[in-house]
Design a binder for this molecule. Structure first.
Ligand code: CTP
Ligand code: CA
Length: 228
């Protein structure tokens, strides 16, 4: 009956998704990035749109087509991703952080290409910590009042359950999805562990789009306050 009354679980909602890696410049031609493909975030943007939401996708440098009907903002660095996200979340009902944001960036971006100086000595790089986009959004008043429902992701190499639960609490968010098993960068399927206040439950290995659709339903159900 609920499905009949509301065929689109996120109808009328606004959703913001971050996706992909960030790129942190070292000089005009070099930088630091990671292997995130962006596929999970793009799948979530698509699934949210299919579920009736108006979707803003804040994408780091990836080679993926924009899902139909989704507004896309392309960024490179973590700081640009933060700015684009903060511009979009004040009107949003849901924020899903799937981006693999670089935790650190080079302390200085050289204005010109860094050249070998002929001494055989490699340069020493120093780093500074990037802003935590999810934490920043989760600490806004609307997120604390659950007017903005925040969802995080976590890729852990070990002790997923413990790390995911601790991360959810540390970030002060209602829901966190942990990537289970071998790192799945670039693959078309995935396996997730959903962690919330009640505990944890597993979404078995499936194509990322199918997992994204399930996640969207899980988010909508929690926002409506209906039991599972
Ligand atoms: N995240 C973010 N901004 C950052 C770092 C992480 O928005 N600067 C978000 C990610 O998009 C993800 C969640 O926070 O939804 C968890 O990211 P993860 O890298 O697993 O956790 P960290 O808090 O960065 O901790 P660590 O990497 O040390 O495990
Ligand atoms: Ca991190």
């Amino acid at each position: 009956i609920v499905a009949f009354l509301s065929p689109k679980p996120l109808a009328g909602k606004r959703v913001v998704v971050t996706a992909g890696p960030t790129f942190e410049a070292l000089d005009p031609i070099r930088g630091i990035t990671n292997h995130s493909s962006g596929k999970m975030g793009f799948a979530i943007a698509r699934a949210a749109r299919e579920a009736g939401a108006q979707v803003t996708l804040v994408a780091g440098p990836v080679h993926l087509p924009t899902p139909r009907g989704v507004d896309r903002v392309d960024v490179k660095s973590a700081r640009q991703m933060l700015d684009a996200t903060l511009a979009a979340v004040p009107r949003a009902d849901v924020f899903v952080a799937t981006a693999a944001v670089a935790d650190w960036r080079p302390a200085n971006e050289a204005g010109q290409k860094i050249k070998k100086d002929g001494s055989g000595q490699a340069p020493t790089l120093s780093f500074v910590e990037n802003p935590d986009i999810l934490l920043t959004v989760a600490q806004t008043e609307r997120a604390k009042k659950r007017e903005l429902f925040c969802v995080g992701f976590a890729a852990e190499s070990h002790d997923l359950l413990a790390h995911a639960q601790a991360k959810r609490v540390r970030k002060g968010i209602p829901l966190l999805a942990g990537n289970i098993g071998p790192l799945t960068f670039g693959q078309d399927d995935n396996q997730l562990l959903l962690v919330d206040e009640q505990g944890a439950h597993e979404l078995p290995r499936a194509p990322k789009l199918q997992l994204a659709r399930t996640l969207v339903v899980e988010i909508a159900r929690r926002m409506s306050g209906l039991p599972g």
